[in-house]
Design a protein around this ligand. Structure first.
Ligand code: KG4
Ligand code: ZN
Length: 339
């Protein structure tokens, strides 16, 4: 069964063809990073417009690279939640039009569940159940994943997402957008104890996250509480701030993930989303998991960031389980509440 996947929830227009939920026949990702870099973050209206321009050529390229045509596609899967409403609508409208025109079944995919499925694409041997940590520009969530389509939410961010904190701190430090990769690079090899920031753990048993505090601490450190401190930091000092900030975020992510493992008695951890590319997170979570006899699964970078292969792959399972959407499928911008 060949499924065509479509993803447009944020700033990547993507399409892919995946066979049997496993074999990636094509995966096209058109990023809008250059468009948003000027503003230091994603501008929703610009994102929607760029999706409208890109969606048809991107789907065409995914079909061509897979060496297939629409009539050889058996199902269409599209991200319909969560994300920017206008951005989601572009993908959802495209998918519904294709489903209507071809008569092929349609599946509405939760983008966060897609990030978890990306880990399965990279590690087909990973067995359910496991703990999933999804850390990206828009989400920071812990789940207990019982199957491709069953994910019980254990905790989520109460304010900024982890990637959002990286992006905002990079903006404070004038490092460009997106912030995660550059902070990761500058922090490499630095002593993270030179400049330290508080770790917000919330209640002792909480699996929720809060990253707005650490972001504000960086702002005060750099600009002063009144925002008037001149920017006089040397490149070395900036790198130390990056290392201290990154360490604070990573420590919270690791601690909460281990709590989730203890609560669900899990020994396997799937990590997805753009922040799963982070070198320090990979290092520290792998080590911490090893200490409790657990294993963390980090996919290669192209499966961490937004793509449509994860949407097509998960769509295959939804369709197989009879979880077909109809043409009333709508974009649902807000995050799902606790399961
Ligand atoms: O999953 P993704 O491509 O898009 C969303 O669904 O949000 O994630 C993008 C996010 C951005 O916030 C970016 O700064 C962050 O992932 N990111 C990183 C790294 N690479 C990307 N954060 C920390 N370290 C990295 N190496
Ligand atoms: Zn994402």
């Amino acid at each position: 069964m060949n499924v065509l996947g479509i993803e447009s929830s944020c700033d990547e227009t993507a399409s892919a063809v995946v066979r049997g939920g496993r074999e990636i026949l094509s995966s096209v990702v058109q990023s809008q990073i250059d468009l948003h870099a000027l503003y230091g973050g994603v501008v929703p209206e610009l994102a929607c417009r760029a999706h409208i321009e890109a969606i048809v050529p991107v789907v065409d390229r995914a079909l061509a690279q897979a060496g297939t045509r629409l009539d050889a596609i058996d199902g269409i899967a599209v991200t319909h939640t969560p994300g920017l409403v206008g951005a989601l609508l572009v993908g959802v409208s495209m998918a519904k039009s294709l489903a209507l025109a071809t008569g092929k079944p349609l599946a509405g995919v939760d983008h966060i569940h897609g990030h978890i499925y990306a880990v399965k694409l990279a590690f087909p041997e990973l067995e359910y159940p496991f703990v999933s940590l999804v850390v990206s520009g828009g989400h920071t969530s812990l789940y207990h994943s019982r199957s491709e389509t069953e994910h019980a939410l254990l905790g989520a961010t109460t304010d900024d997402a982890a990637g959002e904190a990286f992006d905002k701190v990079a903006k404070i430090l004038d490092l460009g957008f997106p912030g995660g990769p550059v902070i990761d690079r500058l922090a490499k090899g630095r002593d993270p104890a030179k400049v330290t920031f508080a770790r917000t753990m919330l209640e002792p048993d909480s699996l929720d996250f809060s990253f707005s505090g650490v972001k504000t601490s960086v702002l005060y450190h750099v600009r002063g509480q009144d925002g008037k401190k001149p920017r006089t930091h040397s490149p070395d000092q900036v790198a130390d701030i990056c290392a201290g900030f990154q360490e604070a975020v990573v420590d919270v992510l690791v601690e909460k993930t281990l709590r989730a493992c203890a609560r669900t008695r899990s020994k396997r951890i799937a990590v997805g989303g753009g922040v799963a590319c982070n070198g320090r997170l990979r290092e520290k979570l792998t080590a911490a998991a090893g200490k409790i006899g657990a294993k963390a699964f980090f996919p290669p970078g192209r499966f961490c960031t937004d793509n449509a292969a994860m949407i097509a792959g998960l769509g295959y399972h939804l369709l197989r389980e009879g979880k077909q959407a109809d043409l009333m499928l709508d974009a649902a911008p807000t995050k799902r509440t606790r399961a």
